[in-house]
Write a protein that binds this ligand. Structure first.
Ligand code: HEC
Ligand code: HEC
Length: 297
């Protein structure tokens, strides 16, 4: 912030406070009495008149004390432009203190839990409670509070995995994040519209929904060259690169013919962010056991 804007803000704030002060005393000057009387202002609206009474004392002193409080507050805390306040408070150092006290309180517990294997933690009530809370705070925005996912965000409660559902793979996913990369039209960017329809029919044929058997057959040939490298010759997917199984009835991006066509025509690139820096290894370990428990009741 430049010193001009800092001064600008300070002048507006202090000006408003002293303006209130001035107003309070200026109106007091015209006051004729210090106590309540029956005198009126001399005007009437529809027969309603107004008493000419001073502000009650307690009210007047309340105004004074809010002004004094405001000035004290602005001296102690940041508020006047770039002036930092004599207490040196910042939201950042308050946050750091809170994190520190949370670390001191929960650190030993996290350490103890993180030393146990994920399969064991997945049966530990206490670990699951912590995991559930971590999930609600860090993961539910994308995967849903029940972890059932949404279009583009995988369901974590079923047994269908893009990257693998072993404890190690789940932990690896959360720690390092994942980038799904499905190129538009697979390895054949020159695919024509009718070839695209053939491939869509082929993919639909796995769930018995091909509209045109001949087209599905032609699509199968195209699939072998443009898609099989990632999804496998049998279309059952490849967990090393997160290529989904296309033969089951679980769809990441929706299984209607139009959604499947959209996926193949334009490609997809789902991003699971890395949580290593944000949460640290111990919390991720506990989270992984929670996620693992969802599909291993
Ligand atoms: C910004 C949204 C977002 C957040 C936050 C997020 N995820 Fe994900 N997650 C995704 C997406 C998108 C994918 C699928 C990536 C892909 O398409 O390749 C994914 C994939 C996963 C997978 C792999 C699923 C599989 O089938 O292999 C796991 C496990 C997972 N997330 C767990 C978590 C956990 C635990 C958290 C909280 C620490 C979390 N995610 C937070 C978006 C998110
Ligand atoms: C370079 C590897 C690669 C190639 C080639 C490829 N895919 Fe994919 N495909 C993926 C990945 C990875 C995903 C998951 C994308 C994500 O998670 O965001 C995916 C997702 C899909 C989906 C969505 C599945 C769902 O559950 O919603 C369909 C359908 C699909 N691919 C069909 C095809 C077809 C048909 C071809 C050939 C024309 C093809 N793919 C070529 C890697 C590939």
């Amino acid at each position: 912030m430049t010193s001009f804007w800092s001064a600008w803000i300070s002048v507006i704030i202090l000006g408003s406070i002293f303006g209130c002060w001035w107003l309070l005393f200026a109106t007091r000057k015209s006051q004729t009495t210090d106590s309540e009387t029956e005198n009126t202002m001399g005007h009437a609206f529809d027969g309603i008149e107004e008493y000419d009474n001073p502000l009650p004392k307690w009210w007047f002193y309340m105004f004074i004390s809010t002004i004094v409080f405001a000035l004290g507050y602005l001296a102690a805390y940041p508020g006047l432009g770039s002036y930092k306040g004599f207490l040196g408070w910042t939201s950042h150092n308050q946050w750091e203190r809170e994190v520190e006290s949370a670390e001191a309180k929960f650190g030993p517990l996290f350490k103890e839990l993180a030393a146990k294997p994920i399969t064991e933690l997945a049966k530990d009530e206490k670990a699951l409670k912590i995991g559930q809370r971590l999930f609600a705070n860090n993961c539910a925005v994308c995967h849903g509070s029940s972890a059932k996912g949404a279009i583009g965000f995988p369901n974590l409660t079923d047994n269908d995995w893009l990257y693998g559902g072993t404890p190690e793979k789940i932990k690896e996913t959360i720690l390092g994040g994942r980038n799904g990369g499905m190129p538009a039209k697979g390895l054949n960017p020159a695919m024509s519209n009718s070839e695209l329809n053939d491939v869509v029919n082929y993919v639909l044929s796995f769930s018995g929904r091909a509209e045109d058997q001949e087209a599905a057959k032609r699509g199968g040939e195209m699939f072998a060259t443009a898609c099989a490298a990632c999804h496998g010759a049998d279309a059952k997917g490849n967990q090393d690169i997160g290529a989904p199984n296309l033969t089951d009835n679980t769809w990441l991006y929706g299984g209607t013919p139009s959604r499947i066509k959209q996926t193949i025509e334009y490609g997809r690139a789902g991003v699971m962010p890395s949580h290593q820096a944000l949460l640290g290894e111990e919390k991720v370990h506990i989270l992984a056991s929670y996620v693992y428990s969802l599909s291993h009741k």
